[in-house]
Design a binder for this molecule. Sequence first.
Ligand SMILES: [Zn+2]
Length: 225
Amino acid sequence: MSHFYSQKKIDRRSKESMVQFLNGHFRYNTMNSWNGSTSYAHSIKLHNLGLTSEQLDKAYAVLRTDIWDELAVQIQDFVTQMRGAYTIATNGRSGGYLVLYSSEWKATSYMSYCRSCYQRNYQACGKTEGDNTCGACRSTGEKGRVNYATPPRQLSVSNAGIDAERDFEDWSMEQLRARVNVVEAFDSACDDIRLAFLNMLELDVVEETIMVPEKRYVLQASHAQ
Ligand SMILES: [Zn+2]
């Protein structure tokens, strides 16, 4: 358990401590600087991560790989913990900040998908025989469309900013506690992301050449002769 971004537990019986914590938290833009919307944030610029010079050298190499492919898991965990109400995304030039955004799960209104080509469809099927033909690849029957067991949902993220006015005076203790819970969970998720990145620095970056299969036509003597 690392405490790089998270502070010691905030006293939830004290309005002053909670407001002080929220007011004093580092903030960053949710969109562009001219838009003015801000939210709770942390800097993840390499020189702010508390790395040794050796780790820093390695970090530049690791950044050539797709690190957010790996770190997406940490963000998914946070979204699940927040039941979709909040998420974390990078913002700023070259993504130097982790920012807290409000979000919500929304149904995509896709009802079925094709078992052959995975094309999604707004229509449910299975009401009549053969009504599940895929509009894209024409597969039908066993290979055609099937209804989703759980209709897919999508996380819709708001750029509106969180507590930009910082007018906590009128907030109830309950409201303040709920907000402190979210921001503490955010801090701790940022710690997890930083730790996962530090673990990546233990790995080696190797160059890989991938082979892409390509179809081509060639002339050949006929075997029938
Ligand atoms: Zn299809």
